[in-house]
Design a protein around this ligand. Sequence first.
Ligand code: NZQ
Ligand code: ZN
Length: 393
Amino acid sequence: MKDFKYYAPTHVVFGKNTENQVGELVKKHNGKKVLLHYGGQSAIKSGLLDRVENSLKQSGIEYVKLGGVVPNPRVSLVRKGIEICKNENIDFLLAVGGGSVIDSCKAISSGRFFEGDVWELYLKKAKATKYLPIGCILTIPAAGSEMSDGSVITNEDGGFKKDYCVDEFRCKFAIMNPELTYTLPAWQTACGATDIMMHTMERYFSKDDDMEITDSIAEAVLRTVKEQVQIVLKNPTDYNSRAQIMWSGSLAHNDLTGCGTSGDWATHNLEHELSGMFDVSHGAGLAAVWGSWARYTRSENMARFARFAVNVMGVKQDFKSLEQTAEAGIVAMENFYHSIGMPTSIHELIGREITEKEILEMADKCSNYGQQTIGCLKVLSREDMAAIYRLAK
Ligand code: NZQ
Ligand code: ZN
């Protein structure tokens, strides 16, 4: 097992009606004036935003509202949020929504005291030294941003999607009420489950030796989400299944499933170019390229792909051929994606053939114009990236 650090400082408050505790939690974390950040319509329609405002008022917390975060959150709204924070003396950020709203809050947090433009941080040209604290009320289990150190922002000027990761981005508290996810459309539920599984798989498919404790936790998360998502797609108000998916989403991305492993993250890097260019849902983009990535890289650790096939996908071990077992596991995963409505090719994802020019542009951006590689299981060059996009066509 490799040396590792594990830091998961987020105070999780999980269960029914927990959103009503938000005012007290903000107070506990010394918030006096809050930027209440949210997305499009879902939190308004469900009445969640009203409940949050009531709780803040009851606790004597002042707040300013900023809605309108879209999936693949834009840097332009982040800049607006930073201005509001400066003008209104905001001292706490509250995200009500999914990964996009939480990531937008994180970006505002980093830009609030930074002298330059916030996008410089995402280009890794500078590092912020002071941050605003963040709390969240999660409404979709998917990105894992409620406990992660990452934020992913899209710059609409050029279609760039970049991440910035620092421990200061870890939420002070995360309120998780599975009932809030009953209103999720089937598509978003499936995209979320795919993302949760991928956060686990990115850590699981490494070149390192087996680490039974970490591998077993990862496999349990994967099996759980795979089973429970099929239940909620049939019955969206199944509390127990929604709860298991929600908690899995946090465990999948608070680093627990990666303790002692290197982590790969190539599929995520390849996907970020897809959602940066075509504005598709992150989870669906992951499903569209994963099979091609797996076939391109599996020879680096065939035994691990075979273990995944047997322990997660329930494939029967072919004792004569590790490769056959590995391939059967990839096929089973693709069949599962299709069964929950996810695409397994770029064609299915964007509804048309991708052009060679688009493939080369994505490979250029993903490799920072040939200056960086991605992946750990197999280190991928710009040419490898283009080859995987072509395989996934
Ligand atoms: O805007 P509203 O109306 O709220 O609609 C949202 C949005 O359209 C809807 N939704 C959310 N909760 C709902 C609901 N609809 C009905 N009922 C509810 N309870 O769902 C849609 C998607 O929301 P979004 O926040 O975009 O989803 P998700 O949590 O999947 O976040 C995706 C973003 O997170 C990034 C992705 O790249 C993408 O930009 N990621 C962030 C990570 C991190 N910070 O650690 C890691 C991930 O790998 C990922 O890259
Ligand atoms: Zn993800």
